[in-house]
Design a protein around this ligand. Sequence first.
Ligand code: FE2
Length: 191
Amino acid sequence: MAHEPFPVGLTCLSRAESFRDPGTNLHERRVILLIEMVANRLGIPPEISYRIGQASLLHDIGKIAVPVDLLQKSTPLTAEESALIRTHCRRGYDILHWNADALLQLASEIALHHHERHDGTGYPDGIAGDDIPLPCRVVSVCDAYDALRQDRPYRRGLSHEQAMNVPVARRRADVAPAFRPRGALGIREPQ
Ligand SMILES: [Fe+2]
């Protein structure tokens, strides 16, 4: 059995998620690999970056409260369906924020705010700029990069170069984080 650098409780929950929604679970694990690059670019100490990576393992766990056929839908989502998927941030917070453990506190914060945008156009709270906790900003950039690289029913995944240009060229909340891409510049093509 491979060693995982996570507390066993988080690993169990992650494994349960992987049986229900393997795509989301793989996404979360790819994001962890990107976090170190972005955090390093931002001068975040390695031990803090490691902690952010651990805490981001379950950043989409709230999707277990969303019907799986909606998560895997291949046709455009209705406004109602999009709103339902967006509830995953609050649901993830509710799942993870149940005691004072520092890692769970950080994990719940990341689950809640990883879709916020620098310009305040994100969700669920629409907070902006430095009001968004730094770990959540780091995860948001990595989350958006990984999403852009993946094939979707309505488009092919972008190349590394294309994905790196999106945060500058397009600030639409549905495709890119509206963050200055300073941290994103640390992303290298995953092997
Ligand atoms: Fe998410």
